[in-house]
Ligand binder design. Structure first.
Ligand SMILES: Cc1ncc(COP(=O)(O)O)c(C=O)c1O
Length: 363
């Protein structure tokens, strides 16, 4: 099966080989060496000098960790789809006073809206401990302008800026320190092109300072415990060493390609996908300034029904996603990230066109 869904994505054969290495003890020098190598490569990837935390688990675990460690009372969640809503749900489930600023599906967030929302919290005497933003909302293919929102956050030094880059990291530019991001988290199964299993976050000094005073951080997700173990290049619990080997090797491959070249490859694939889609009468679902470079969410509009073609493609071993939740049938999503190339997309589109044709002929 070839994956063109918005994650998980294709994994290179040599990376799968890395995962087949024999198990090693997690308190050995060898494990510490790989742990350190991963953290150092991740700093370079993310544009940060801050602490890098890693846990074995899904990205959602790091979303929960970021709330437990930074929010004493009140959080604000920028909601524009399923994954940004998840952060609101997590904060509510953790007993925090969670507020949502919601925009219609297909839109993202701009700096001015965020400034207004944060200021209104202060005006009411209820400032927010943290605000969450999903850089690339995978359910709608919406990218919000991270640098612009980060610049606004500098006006609100008491509010920590928590960012989900699950489906953008390594496919789009993210500069953690320059853009003022306090927690930048992601999983590794999207543009990082690794099997799911590690959750990663950079945490600023302000986050660690906050965490010291926030009660009920829990145990597994405690940033302080994770930071303290990092001093020994270790995890408090037993990590998946298969994933650590794979991550270290994949970071090398990413730097070999070059970060800018990688971001440009993703931008070009997004362009290629939109042009192909427009040729069928399918337009991008997101509004113009929010188009994603890693996930194209395409609206049916005046175009033909795509659902039967998705089934034919699946039977041919090519997996493309229908729309998420209420957008099912109205949109479909193509993930063009990680290992994908424009040649892979040409191949997919040829099969897609044939599948559409077959359906028309059949009818
Ligand atoms: C933007 C975004 N955030 C969070 C998640 C959750 O990731 P996980 O399933 O690893 O918890 C996803 C998964 O698709 C996602 O796309």
């Amino acid at each position: 099966m070839k994956l063109f869904i918005p994650g998980p994505t294709q994994v290179a054969p040599e990376i799968l080989q890395e995962m087949a290495r024999p198990a090693i003890g997690h308190r050995t020098e060898e494990c510490a060496r790989v742990w350190k190598e991963c953290r150092s490569g991740l700093r370079q990837l993310m544009g940060t000098q801050e602490e890098i935390l890693m846990i074995t688990g899904p990205a959602s675990a790091m979303m929960e960790a970021s709330i437990r460690n930074t929010v004493a009372t009140r959080s604000l969640h920028l909601v524009c789809g399923a994954f940004s809503k998840r952060w609101f749900d997590i904060a509510s489930a953790c007993g925090k006073e969670a507020h949502a600023l919601e925009v219609p599906l297909g839109q993202g967030f701009q700096g001015a809206q965020v400034r207004e929302a944060l200021q209104s919290g202060i005006d009411k005497g209820e400032p927010f401990d943290a605000i969450t933003l999903v850089h690339n909302e995978t359910s709608t293919g919406v990218t919000s302008p991270l640098e612009e929102v980060g610049a606004v956050l500098r006006e609100f030094p008491d509010t920590l800026f928590l960012v989900d880059t699950v489906s953008s990291m390594a496919g789009m530019e993210v500069q953690v320190d320059a853009w003022g991001i306090d927690v930048c988290l992601f999983g590794i199964q999207k543009a990082m092109a690794l099997p799911a299993g590690l959750a990663i976050a950079s945490v600023s000094a302000a986050v660690l300072e906050r965490a010291e005073s926030v009660p009920n951080r829990g145990w597994f997700l405690d940033f302080i415990k994770l930071r303290d173990r990092n001093l020994k290049e270790q995890s408090p619990t037993t990590p998946s060493t298969a994933h650590l080997y794979a991550l270290a090797a994949q970071l090398k491959r990413i730097f070999q390609e070059g970060l800018e070249a990688r971001w440009e490859r993703h931008a070009a694939m997004a362009q290629q996908t939109r042009e192909w889609a427009r040729g069928h009468g399918w337009g991008p679902f997101p509004e113009e300034p929010f188009l994603s470079n890693t996930v194209s969410c395409l609206a049916r509009g005046e175009g033909p029904d795509f659902a039967p073609a998705l089934e034919i493609l699946k039977s041919q071993g090519l997996l493309v996603s229908n729309g998420y939740g209420e957008l099912k049938g109205k949109t479909f999503r193509i993930g063009h990230m990680g290992e994908h190339t424009s040649t892979d997309l040409e191949d997919l589109f040829r099969h897609f066109d044939n599948a559409l044709e077959a359906k028309v002929t059949e009818a």
